[in-house]
Design a protein around this ligand. Structure first.
Ligand code: ATP
Length: 316
């Protein structure tokens, strides 16, 4: 069913370098969330904090009643079993074929028989469309296939939470579109909580139920997709529409002179909000909301042309 992650007042620094402070958000059970932010704003650090690989300085991360930030190693070990993680490069063992890579967590963490392991591995290989490639070595397949193999491995212990660290990095737009569809289909099938760190604006605009934006050492905004895509808040608007005009500069915040030079420049209108990507079988996910619902409920007029089928095609 997926479990909720409740983050409250989280701050992390390395020595004197504050990465982010006072981050609070709830990743709802079973929903898909995307975390965005300029390079170096600590998205990977955030993911690592969620699985207890890095300890925050202050704040809590509560999952099923356990605070990961302060729990014992033993409790952390138990909580980690709820997670599946897709690392950026798939993190495959180069000398093992895909079958053994995917079977690895089962052999390490369970006492299942080889015949049970075979059933599970083949089920997950099927889920990600890799049946027939079991004997290949990671070096013999494309980057997209490696990601899918990494995903099969992330799913092998039936996680309640799946973390994706830049699943689209290094993939061409077509492979990214296929991977996004796979992510949506998987969420519909396994109903786990998904958190995706990405730089891909199309992914952020079309895949998730919720979007977060880390910027300048804090969480600039977190909420439903339609809330962020209709937001006029300068940082959110600039980032989600990949624009140069706005507070975010080349190396982070623009200085006063740069901002003054932009004063009076007209911002392009907000583009239409695309339809959310649906499962390929056409059956809505449990957490999927009807298009435009958030805007209607909150009295927000979405940009013209929003929620039309052709708006979705134009941005996919
Ligand atoms: N273990 C560590 N020790 C010291 N500094 C670290 C450590 N891990 C990360 N950092 C620093 O934290 C900052 C944020 O890094 P992080 O990789 O989380 O950014 P990011 O938002 O994921 O970036 P990108 O989008 O480029 O992947 C960087 O300045 C990085 O050098």
């Amino acid at each position: 069913m997926g479990v909720e992650i409740k983050v409250d007042g989280l701050t992390k620094s390395f020595g004197k370098q504050v990465i982010w402070r006072d981050v609070s958000l709830t990743v709802p059970a079973g929903e898909i969330c995307v975390m965005l932010g300029p390079s170096g704003t600590g998205k990977s650090v955030f993911l690592k904090a969620l699985i207890g690989l890095l300890k925050p300085d202050t704040g809590s991360i509560v999952i099923e009643g356990t605070d990961i930030a302060s729990c014992s190693e033993k409790d952390l070990y138990e909580i980690r079993k709820l997670f599946g993680v897709l690392f950026q490069d798939g993190a495959m063992f180069g000398s093992m074929n895909l079958y053994d890579n995917v079977a690895f967590p089962l052999r390490e963490h369970t006492r299942k028989s080889e015949s049970d392991i075979r059933d599970i591995v083949m089920e997950k290989m099927d889920l990600v469309g890799l049946v027939g490639a079991e004997d290949k070595l990671p070096g013999e397949i494309s980057g997209g296939m490696r990601k899918r193999a990494g995903l099969a491995r992330a799913l092998v212990l039936d996680p309640e939470i799946v973390l994706f660290d830049e699943p689209d990095s290094g993939l061409d737009p077509v492979r990214t579109a296929f991977l996004n569809q796979l992510i949506v289909d998987l969420n519909a099938q396994i109903d786990a909580t998904f958190l995706i760190v990405t730089h891909d604006i199309n992914t952020a605009r079309t895949v998730p139920d919720n979007i977060g934006l880390l910027y300048h050492k804090h969480l600039a905004m977190f909420g439903p997709r339609e809330m962020l895509l209709s937001s006029e808040e300068p940082v959110v608007r600039q980032f989600l529409n990949a624009q140069r005009v706005g507070p975010i500069g080349m190396s982070e915040e623009k200085d006063a002179n740069e901002l003054a030079a932009e004063a009076g420049q007209e911002l392009p209108p907000l583009p239409p909000i695309p339809m959310q990507l649906e499962p390929s079988n056409g059956i809505p996910r449990r957490s999927q909301r009807p298009p435009g619902e958030w805007c209607r409920d909150h009295g927000v007029t979405p940009p013209p042309g929003s929620f039309q089928a052709d708006a979705a095609i134009a941005t996919r």
